[in-house]
Design a protein around this ligand. Structure first.
Ligand code: AMP
Length: 413
């Protein structure tokens, strides 16, 4: 299938060709016709699948024919995209800007952590497509700077993360501020019950699309596992960075504190590293990301939430400094390397308290991780046997499902 078959018009086709896209991705093939048909949709797809263009292109196509009329009357917000993080909001806006370069349609992103006054000035002039994080949007709406009465399409991006971050009430409030008669598009990497509930409460007879390239992408990644005591992880990480891991590297840690601590250690040891987590100001986060993308630094340390949805291309390696307790998160992380048919490397460090996560990860990806024992910080071999020879499955399941552990998980962000 080509983009022409998707009934996009010439200005959009030109922009897409200039962006270097030859053909639509699977999520685009499935989603674009439904959006053009004004249907509500629930799309289960992750970053890397091309999901942003799957809503941005048809939104621009739908608005295109009315752009002249709208610019004469003064622009009203006709499409609203809600995103959980600032980086994701600005990334989505960059995509809209690229795709709309041969139209007069305008897009703008607003988020917290940056000065509000310049945002007010731009909003007062009028824009067609607004991308926003929930807090800043509600703030500006309360100040009467934003009018959502003309919204025709509402997009909720990364809905599962949005709910994990506690935005459910804000999202519902924003939905109610938009007209009842509108199209709603919900995108989520996973569709847990709470996302399903939200969808049921605000979507109208939605069509479902599922794009699961997740677990299979991990087959192109060379995945190595290092058992090591928790106290030795930093030393092992330094050792691997000196001896083994080369190129552009993202290191995932579970906590903001852990990210900071590792960054300090790497800098002290002469590595060029930057970090990304939710407690950093927007300016610092953007700076870290730019330094990494422009290769000023070759190591980026991040929490899952801060890195979620961010399009980082051409990674040579992903390091799981802490193993995720949700196996899908492992797949999201390592999927950032080995994009577009390339091969990549994933290094996971597993301490005794994380051993139980390995089995689920291996089950999900259908592969056994290759255990590397040729390193100076080995874990007591008896502790390792417990996992591989006699996993205590029931204890593990109970642990993962308990409410207490879910609450704990939230605090990690
Ligand atoms: P997304 O999943 O929206 O974050 O997109 C991931 C990356 O894929 C972005 O860098 C997009 O520019 C790129 N992309 C989106 N659609 C296509 C396509 N049809 N062909 C090639 N690259 C694409």
């Amino acid at each position: 299938m080509s983009f022409k078959d998707l009934k996009l018009n010439r200005p959009l086709l030109r922009a897409v060709a200039e962006a270097g896209y030859d053909n639509p991705t699977l999520v685009q093939e499935k989603t674009i016709p439904l959006v053009l048909d004004k249907k509500d949709v629930i799309v289960s797809a992750q970053t890397g699948t091309g999901k942003t263009a799957s809503f941005a292109l048809p939104i621009l196509r739908l608005l295109y024919d009315r752009q002249e009329a709208s610019s004469k009357k003064g622009k009203k917000i006709k499409a609203l995209v809600i995103s959980p993080t600032r980086e994701l909001a600005s990334q989505i806006q960059e995509n809209f800007k690229t795709y709309s370069s041969y139209t007069t349609l305008s897009s703008y992103a607003i988020f917290g952590g940056t000065a509000i006054e310049p945002q007010k000035e731009i909003l007062k002039k009028g824009i067609d497509i607004l991308i926003a994080t929930p807090g800043r949007l509600l703030d500006l709406h309360k100040q009467d700077i934003i009018n959502l009465d003309y919204v025709e399409t509402l997009v909720l991006d990364e809905a599962d993360l949005m709910l994990d971050m506690g935005f459910v009430d804000d999202v519902k409030k924003i939905e109610r501020l938009c007209p009842k008669e509108k199209q709603t598009l919900l995108f989520s990497a996973t569709i847990p019950y709470k996302v399903e509930q939200l969808a049921n409460s605000i979507l109208n007879n939605p069509k479902r699309i599922e794009v699961t390239q997740n677990a299979s992408t991990s087959k192109n990644v060379n995945q190595l596992l290092y058992y090591t005591p928790k106290k030795d992880k930093i030393e092992l990480c330094l050792h691997l960075l000196r001896q083994t891991i080369k190129g552009n590297i993202v290191i995932f840690r579970r906590t903001k504190y852990g990210v900071e601590k590792l960054e300090q250690t790497l800098l002290k040891n002469g590595f060029s590293a930057a970090s990304l987590h939710g407690d950093k100001s927007q300016t610092l986060r953007q700076e870290a990301l730019t330094n990494f993308k422009t290769k000023k630094v070759n190591i980026l340390i991040a929490t899952d939430v801060a890195a979620r949805g961010i399009d980082i291309k051409d990674l040579d390696a992903v390091v799981n400094f802490d193993l995720p307790n949700i196996p899908e998160t492992y797949v999201h992380r390592i999927g950032r390397t080995a994009r577009a048919g390339k091969s990549g490397m994933a290094y996971s460090m597993c301490s005794a308290d994380e051993k139980l996560y390995i089995k689920d990860i291996e089950q999900l990806i259908g592969l056994q991780l290759q255990v590397i024992e040729d390193h100076p910080y080995l874990l007591d071999p008896k502790a390792k046997k417990e996992v591989h020879k006699s996993p205590n499955k029931s204890k593990y399941k109970k642990g993962r499902k308990s409410e207490a552990s879910k609450k704990k998980k939230k605090r990690w962000y």
